[in-house]
Design a protein around this ligand. Structure first.
Ligand code: FAD
Length: 482
């Protein structure tokens, strides 16, 4: 990146900082957690410096995770003519080489634009940005090594926001060009003809759908008896049906024991002895915190067995002036939550009188094809908690917008307290699910009853209107309970 992003008002913000300079906050890592934390502190006039070891800020969210995978999804849908196929029965022939180039160039353009936004945001807040690898020397000092040598930064508070990286089992040969983790899959040279995906979590399911849309034969292997077990079971059933229709072959409750390269592809052996061969393999099971060489031991800190740094509710480590936020503290490891954790950590560090906690419940957004999004109680959690509930569904097949767009498999499902009529949960599958869910999320947050959707006027035709029909459906179910 050239000098175009550098703020005219603060040309000295990049790189070298005099050792005599003392900061209120030193942040290690310029992903979503580090960036938002830095901006939050600087907004309240704290002197802040951010250290980043990669060439560009943005972290996994911008370069290897959230945005690249979502950009590839949108581009895959477009280039494969997926929607045209659904609507008009027109199948586009995918030219594998040209498609990959267009996929990657779009992804790179989005990543470049987003990193620029990170830099601009930091510069606009007068945050110093120091390229290099940060390492704790003591509770107030961070050493930064780069090609220019080493410099030291001192601060009252330190935030560790170094993120996570894909877990790589030692017995899988990731040096092989046909064996990938979720970072490397973004640098492939050709779209595989067939792909085994190990891991049926969010990342595995998202990539399975994306490649299936491009016509790749997919085998998805997951050790658990059910994929995405935190979702409402009905939504999982619907998602699996959609994935199967796209040609994804799901193998559940199956552990892999061996992965080896053959002449024609990659052979995976499962615990029951079966073998399966596809041209390439994506390992998408688990991540680990980025803590190596962070100098945790020098201040008496230690990460757990998965590389995650333990923190309390304020995101404070055992060392009172050192905080940690984002993927490096583990669950839920989402960009959405990482940003909030960073902001909340800073409010506690400096005693700002607001934003004292990350919202207890968070929405899940899963960019499969179709999208899935959820907030609040599922039928299963209601049953576990002994809550009497009813459900209602607004079917996209009965919704004018759903018919126009051809999104006939989608639903908005509401879970409502049978005694109080309060909305407890909302579960959406279908295009734009990750946007639609926020309507229900707000209603749950405000303690609204299902009557809210009966009374509201929705734009027409919209998928949001499916909330009204789901609510009517709930009323019918409530009537049978009286
Ligand atoms: C394939 C995939 C899809 C995803 N999809 C979504 C999604 O749809 N929605 C969502 O909310 N989340 C998603 N995520 C998760 C999301 O990317 C992460 O939760 C988020 O990026 C975590 O932010 P962070 O700031 O904690 O860490 P990161 O984004 O990993 O940033 C950490 C930064 O610290 C830097 N760093 C590390 N060590 C040092 C050091 N010693 N010195 C200096 N710098 C250092 C790194 O270079 C990096 O820039 C996805 C992840 C993956 C892998």
């Amino acid at each position: 990146m050239g000098a175009d992003w550098r703020p005219a008002k603060a040309p000295d913000r990049l790189g070298y900082v005099p050792e005599s300079k003392h900061f209120d906050l030193v942040v290690i890592g310029a992903g979503p957690a580090g960036e938002k934390a830095a901006a939050q502190a600087a907004y309240f006039k704290k002197r802040v410096v951010v250290v980043e070891c990669e060439a560009e800020p943005g972290g996994a969210a911008v370069h290897t995770g959230t945005l690249p995978s979502k950009t590839l999804r949108e581009t895959a849908l477009y280039l494969s003519g997926y929607h045209a196929r659904e609507l008009y029965g027109v199948a586009l022939e995918v030219d594998r080489h040209a498609t990959l180039q267009r996929l990657m160039s779009r992804k790179n353009a989005i990543a470049a634009a987003e990193s620029r936004s990170f830099r601009t945001n930091l510069a606009d807040h007068d945050v110093h940005y120091v390229p290099g690898r940060g390492r704790l020397l003591d509770a107030h000092t961070v050493a930064v090594s780069s090609i220019h040598g080493e410099q030291r930064l001192r601060g009252d508070f330190i935030l560790l926001a170094t993120g996570s990286k894909p877990h790589r089992p030692a017995d899988i040969d990731f040096a092989d060009t046909w064996i990938h983790d979720s970072d490397e899959i973004l640098t492939i040279n050709d779209i595989p003809s067939s792909l085994t995906i190990l891991g049926g979590g969010v990342i595995g399911c998202e990539y399975a759908c994306m490649f299936a849309a491009l016509g790749v034969k997919i085998t998805l292997v997951d050790a658990r008896s059910e994929i995405l077990p935190f979702l409402d079971a009905e939504i999982v059933t619907r998602l699996k049906a959609a994935m199967t229709k796209m040609g994804v072959h799901l193998l559940q409750g199956q552990r892999w024991t061996r992965v080896v390269r053959s002449e024609s592809g990659v052979v995976t052996t499962l615990a029951d002895g079966t073998t399966l061969e596809n041209q390439q393999l994506l390992f998408a099971a688990g991540r680990t915190g980025c803590v190596s060489d962070l100098g945790l031991e020098t201040v008496g800190l230690a990460a757990d067995s998965r590389g995650y740094i333990p923190v309390d509710r304020e995101f404070r480590t055992k060392v009172p002036n050192i905080f940690a936020a984002g993927d490096v503290i583990g669950f839920p490891a989402l960009a959405s939550v990482s940003m909030e954790q960073g902001r909340v950590a800073i409010c506690h560090a400096f005693g700002f009188g607001y934003k004292q906690a990350v919202a207890a419940d968070m929405p899940y957004g899963i960019y499969t094809i179709p999208e899935v999004s959820a907030f609040g109680e599922t039928e299963q959690t209601c049953q576990q908690k002994g809550i009497a509930y009813v459900t209602g569904r607004g079917l996209f097949a009965n919704n004018a917008r759903g018919k126009i767009t051809g999104d006939l498999e989608g639903i908005t499902k509401l879970v409502v307290d049978a005694k109080t009529r309060q909305l407890l949960g909302v579960h959406v599958i279908g295009e734009r699910a990750t946007e639609l869910v926020h309507i229900g999320q707000i209603a749950v947050h405000l303690g609204a009853t299902v009557d809210l959707f009966i009374d509201m006027v929705f734009n027409y035709p919209t998928l949001a209107d499916s909330y009204k029909y789901a609510a009517y459906h709930c009323l019918a179910a409530l009537a049978t309970k009286q």
